[in-house]
Write a protein of this length. Structure first.
Length: 387
């Protein structure tokens, strides 16, 4: 029986690798698309006409002009434009990096309900922030490694042993600095700590380490690892597994903001209730042992929301009445654009508008942007920037 399972696993892995090679030829590596001048102007926060004027005046990088006369910019060029604008403009800031003294914001995306939209939320938030010009580290803490897969890696094929977060938190001599396992992504400003099945090892090692009292306790290890590279980033986004294991508890202790994803249906909300009760029990034990559990904010994000569905709308109302401002004002709408993009291992920020009917794309991207902008505002408020 085990041979059958192992054989199926190996066959599937090979097939997936071939599918990926076909999808992203010829080097099977993802690259970020470029952005139309309208998109670029919106990302920078200036009018399209002003952006055109800048390029006519020879200021900043020159866009690529297609045969049809359409101007487009890469994200590197957009970041260059932000830096150019910062030199000339008074008051407004275009490069949004944090200032000395502002702490790096660490967002843990959690819930133990599988499929509640954690990875979708984490990936879109991390990419949104990178597109806005922040320096972002996305960390995959889920052995299923969907976040890693979304960023162009096949976890069991491309990520070797001791190349995940496990390497930086393990208890034995093979522990490595997290800087060794950070990879640059194809999105400027976004780095990744990939995951794969070896992350499970931490769940097995920790009871033994607790019994032996060996080294730093489990709940501080994620924080210590992330802290060692915090100077290089403005924001870190941690995609957690659908369970309250030791790694998730470590993520909860490392974070400055909690994002709890919730699909507004009865079974999901009941499961979230169990999650909250269990998390608070476990965290109070951790806190008594010296774990850090101070958060700048906690937000519930409603995911895969269908506002026309009466029971879902009622459930959102129920959550808002209970949790008030802790429920994000904007919800992540259910959209085939988001799930279709996911099928080709992409976020909606990667696929262009031309791949969908315009109304489907616009509706989905507006809802994603609105949720992410809300989180961005919370981050900036934590840095004392009023907006
Ligand atoms: N807003 C949305 N609209 C449509 N489909 C969505 C949306 N958000 C998530 N999905 C789809 O729902 C599925 C589950 O989402 P996701 O992987 O983000 O959940 P998760 O909480 O990370 O799951 P797990 O607990 O297994 O890690 C995916 O197939 C994803 O494409
Ligand atoms: Mg996930």
């Amino acid at each position: 029986m085990t041979e059958v399972i192992a054989g199926d696993g190996a066959a599937l892995s090979e097939e997936l690798q071939a599918m990926r090679a076909a999808l992203f030829p010829p080097v099977a590596q993802k690259v970020l698309r470029s952005f139309s001048s309208v998109e670029a102007a919106k990302l920078i926060g200036i009018a399209d006409a002003y952006l055109r004027q800048l390029s006519l005046n020879g200021k900043g990088p020159q866009p690529t002009i297609s045969a049809g006369g359409r101007r487009s910019y890469t994200l590197d060029q957009i970041n260059e434009l932000r830096a150019v604008l910062d030199q000339t403009s008074k008051g407004k800031e275009y490069v949004p990096h944090r200032k000395p003294g502002d702490h790096c914001q660490v967002m843990a995306v959690v819930n133990f309900k599988g499929g509640s939209g954690k990875t979708t939320t984490a990936a879109h938030l991390a990419q949104y922030l990178a597109l806005q010009g922040y320096r972002v580290l996305a960390v995959d803490l889920d052995p299923q490694a969907s976040l890693t897969a979304l960023h162009g890696y096949q976890p069991e094929y491309d990520i070797g042993s001791n190349e995940t977060m496990y390497a930086a938190v393990r208890y034995d001599d093979h522990r490595r600095p997290i800087s060794d396992v950070i990879r640059k992504s194809y999105i400027p400003g976004l780095d990744i700590v990939p995951g794969n099945l070896e992350l499970m090892e931490f769940e097995h090692d920790t009871p033994r380490a607790l019994a032996d009292h060996s080294g730093e306790p489990f709940f501080g290890r994620v924080a210590t690892a992330l802290g060692s590279v915090a100077d290089n980033y403005d924001v870190m986004v941690l995609d957690c597994p659908p369970q309250l294991g030791f790694l998730t508890l470590g993520a909860l202790c490392a974070s400055t903001g909690l994002l709890i994803t919730a699909h507004p249906q009865m079974l999901d909300v009941m499961s979230m209730c169990q999650f909250l009760l269990m998390a608070s029990d476990l965290l109070s034990v951790v806190q008594d042992s010296g774990g850090d559990l101070e958060y700048d904010f906690i937000r519930y994000i409603v995911t895969r929301y269908e506002p026309s569905d009466g029971p879902q709308a009622q459930m959102v109302g129920f959550m808002r009445s209970l949790f008030r401002e802790r429920v994000c004002t904007n919800a992540m709408l259910k959209s085939t654009a988001i799930s279709d993009a996911g099928l080709s291992k992409q976020t909606l920020y990667e696929v262009g508008r031309e791949n969908f009917s315009k109304s489907t794309y616009d509706r989905a991207i507006e809802s994603l942007d609105a949720v992410n902008a809300e989180i961005e505002t919370l981050i900036r408020q934590a840095w004392g920037r009023a907006e």
